[in-house]
Structure formats: C-alpha cells, structure tokens
Write a protein that binds this ligand. Structure first.
Ligand SMILES: C[S@@+](CC[C@H](N)C(=O)[O-])C[C@H]1O[C@@H](n2cnc3c(N)ncnc32)[C@H](O)[C@@H]1O
Length: 159
C-alpha cells in the first residue's frame, strides 16, 4: 500500500473502489477474524463497546458479531461502503464518519478501538493528519480502553 501513488486517504478513491467491488464484495486487508480471534479473546470482553474504524467491506465485524461481540460501531469515510454494509447487515451499526472527526461520540464512549489498515491508508499521503486522528481516537476510548491496530510494517529505508 505504501509504495504506490493511489490516494488511499481519499473517500472518493474508496467510493470508486467499493462501487467496482459490488454490493456483495469482501476485501479483507491483512488478517481476518480467525487469525485475530485469540488476540480478541485475550483483550476484549463480549460486552465491550467496540469502535471499528474504516470498516470497509471486511467480514471482521460480522464475524465478531456472530462470535458474541455485539456492541460494535462501524465507521467508514466511504458512503458507498456504508450503504452496502447497511443493506448486507442491517442488524449492525454502520455510520458514515471520518475517523479524524468523530465529534459525534462523547469522550470515553468505547472500551476498544480496532483499526485494521485505516490509519495506514490515511497516513500514506496525509501524514499531517497523524496528530488529529490519534487525538480523536484517544478521546473516543475510555481510560482503561485499548487501541488495537493491524498495520503495515514501517517502510524499509534503503542505505
Ligand atoms: C485498507 S482499507 C481497510 C478496510 C478494513 N478495515 C479491512 O481491514 O479490510 C481502509 C479503509 O479505511 C477507510 N477510510 C479511509 N480514510 C478514512 C477516514 N478518514 N475515516 C474513516 N475511514 C476511512 C476506507 O474507506 C477503507 O474502507
């Protein structure tokens, strides 16, 4: 993701991406639920209030929901994917929202934040948003909460 010229931090880029994937598409970045399940068992309670940032059309939220983590709010900056996911899983909570502007949530609304590839996507070309995004995440999460990120490795520096 880091080495090409696509604008992964732009909602327009993702709207186009999800339009062409079709309403039933699933694009799982990095790992899916099966690989993450053990980590979640260790760090999350089934009753935790979980914020999934940049949910995309990944199956992770639905798989977690089926495993008993029913208190998940999913946000994404792409309206296209939020509409698709609302149609697909109407019993779940999907919201069109920018992770760097989450004023609608009260401070400490969540026990855990899961970020799988989203801040990576934003920061590829918008590094200046780093502070803003992290401070929004810090505000959303309760004092005892956790921020789990599945990220790209740092870029290698040629010497
Ligand atoms: C690499 S994809 C990861 C999708 C999903 N988390 C997964 O693991 O399969 C990045 C996602 O972040 C979303 N995104 C990009 N910028 C965003 C922003 N500022 N706020 C919320 N979501 C954003 C994109 O629409 C896209 O769905």
């Amino acid at each position: 993701m880091a080495s090409d010229s696509r604008d992964y931090g732009s909602p327009e880029y993702w709207d186009q991406f999800y339009k062409s994937s079709g309403g039933d598409g699933v694009r799982e970045w990095f790992h899916g639920f099966e690989l993450l399940r053990e980590l979640f068992e260790r760090h999350l309670r089934r009753t935790d209030r979980i914020l999934m940032v940049g949910c995309g059309n990944s199956a992770l939220s639905a798989d977690m929901f089926a495993a008993g983590y029913e208190n998940i709010v999913n946000i994404d900056a792409s309206m296209v994917v939020i509409r698709q996911m609302l149609r697909r899983q109407p019993e779940m909570d999907w919201r069109h929202m920018d992770v760097c502007n989450m004023a609608e949530f009260r401070t400490g609304s969540f026990d855990a934040v899961i970020d799988k590839g989203t801040l990576d996507a934003i920061l590829v070309r918008r590094h200046h948003r780093h502070h803003r995004c992290y401070s929004q995440l810090a505000a959303a999460i309760s004092l005892a909460g956790e921020h789990s990120a599945v990220r790209l490795p740092p870029p290698r520096v040629a010497t």
